[in-house]
Design a protein around this ligand. Structure first.
Ligand code: ADP
Ligand code: ASP
Ligand code: MG
Length: 405
């Protein structure tokens, strides 16, 4: 007998028919003798609908109230799924995040899970029930409802699996696994049988929205075997696990990620002195704006230029701050560009191979794509390019690194 945590995303529970289909899958596994805990998302489109309602009432809604609102989507699906399970003759119980004490910090809209009390869930499982938990939500020390950030149901599932010491965490979605890149952008993308936690974390961090970043961090930290599979068709999916040292021939590049959500800011003609980078970037961070890629150059005349990227939603605020800083520092110019994208190649095999960057730059050059910024880590190389070249860049890199089917 195994304990399995299954998570079904928005499309997988997007209609009454889909919820019934999910119930049938859960019942099959339950009847085979396994203990099943299910985490579900809101029906597809529902979270966006709720956010739009709030924005129609207030430009910047109160974050606590926002969490009260957006957490309702998941409460609908847990109840409907339990009804569908009962209709199949299987005893089931639904719980909100607060009811099973998914304890988080109080950062509304991006809360982090601190602890889960598994007692109630274990008691239900031992009584032969299926347990259905609302994804994406928790409760803080003061009993306020919190949410975990977009795509947060993945993290609920992995955290449940870690807390309950589950044998596997299965993420059911609308694709049949993790692909070499988003199959919606590159038709020739290939499903991976397995990928390491480290690579999956880079893919997610660099923009692959198949799994929320935090869920992969959790899975790696607590060594939860994680599998991404389709709720629409049977198949092995993709196993995300620790690095396999026996693998003779590791591919150099395992996947390509991209991110369309960033914008670039540049401040030119600032003094090349200690403390200047801190003055510029410190002020941005203090405003709670996350900075991603950073590049600094010094010109012949000893003046410095700093370029960095932020989330597109933060661009107006970051621009305003940067203009103030520019005035203080007597900078020559501030400019910004939100028509950029970030494209990254990811692979643990890169560690032991030289010339990967050169090959990437050559492939982009062959398509006449100009590289604006470059950053690297041990297992990834990221470039920032003009947005209109995104698909061309991803496709040509996909083929240059032999990732096609
Ligand atoms: P869910 O609602 O089930 O959580 P998501 O929309 O969050 O589903 O994630 C699934 C989507 O992730 C797919 O439809 C696919 O377009 C996208 N995606 C992005 N990168 C990848 C990748 N490397 N492999 C597979 N799917 C990817
Ligand atoms: N419903 C939430 C969202 O749309 C959480 C999730 O689906 O994982 O982001
Ligand atoms: Mg998702």
């Amino acid at each position: 007998m195994s304990l399995i945590v299954q998570k079904y995303g928005g499309t997988s529970v997007g209609s009454v028919e889909r919820i019934k289909a999910v119930a049938a899958k859960v019942v099959a596994r339950h009847q085979a003798g396994d203990k099943i805990v299910v985490a579900v998302s809101a029906m597809s489109g529902e979270t966006n609908r709720l956010i739009d309602l709030a924005k129609a009432i207030h430009e910047q809604p109160n974050l606590r109230e926002m969490d009260v609102l957006v957490s309702t989507g998941e409460q609908v699906t847990i109840a409907l799924l339990c009804m569908a399970l009962e209709a199949e003759g299987v005893s089931a119980r639904s719980y909100t995040g607060g009811q099973v004490r998914i304890l988080t910090d109080n950062a509304h809209g991006k809360a982090r899970i601190k602890e889960i009390d598994g007692h109630r869930i274990h008691a239900d499982l031992n009584a032969g029930r299926v347990v259905v938990v609302a994804g994406f939500q928790g409760i803080d020390d003061d009993g306020n409802i919190t949410t975990l950030g977009r795509g947060g149901s993945d993290t609920t599932a992995v955290a449940l699996a870690a807390a309950l010491k589950a044998d596997e965490c299965q993420i059911y979605t609308d694709v049949d696994g993790v692909y070499t890149t988003d199959p919606r952008v590159v038709a020739k993308a290939r499903r991976l049988d397995k990928i390491t936690f480290e690579e999956m974390l880079e893919m997610a961090s660099q923009g692959s929205k198949i799994l929320q970043i935090r869920s992969v961090e959790f899975a790696g930290k607590y060594n939860v075997p994680l599998r991404v599979m389709s709720s629409f068709q049977d198949g092995p999916g993709t196993l995300i696990s620790l690095e396999d040292n026996d693998q003779m021939e590791e591919p150099i590049v395992s996947g390509i990620a991209f991110n369309r959500d960033e914008a670039k800011l540049t401040i030119r003609g600032i003094p090349d002195q200690p403390g200047v980078a801190y003055k510029v970037l410190g002020a941005i961070s203090e405003a709670n704006i996350e900075i991603d890629v950073i590049v600094q150059n010094v010109a012949k005349d000893d003046s410095a230029t700093i370029t960095f990227t932020v989330h597109r939603n933060d661009l107006p605020k970051a621009s305003e701050l940067l203009n103030q800083i520019a005035e203080d520092l007597g900078a020559l110019e501030v400019s910004s560009d939100d028509r950029i994208v970030k494209v990254s190649i990811v692979g643990v095999g890169m560690r032991s191979h030289a010339g990967v960057a050169a090959k990437m730059f050559q492939a982009l050059a062959a398509e006449g794509i100009n590289i604006q910024l470059i950053t690297t880590s041990e297992i990834k190389i990221t470039v920032v390019i003009e947005e209109r070249y995104l698909e061309l860049a991803v496709r040509s890199l996909h083929s240059a690194f032999g990732l096609e089917e």
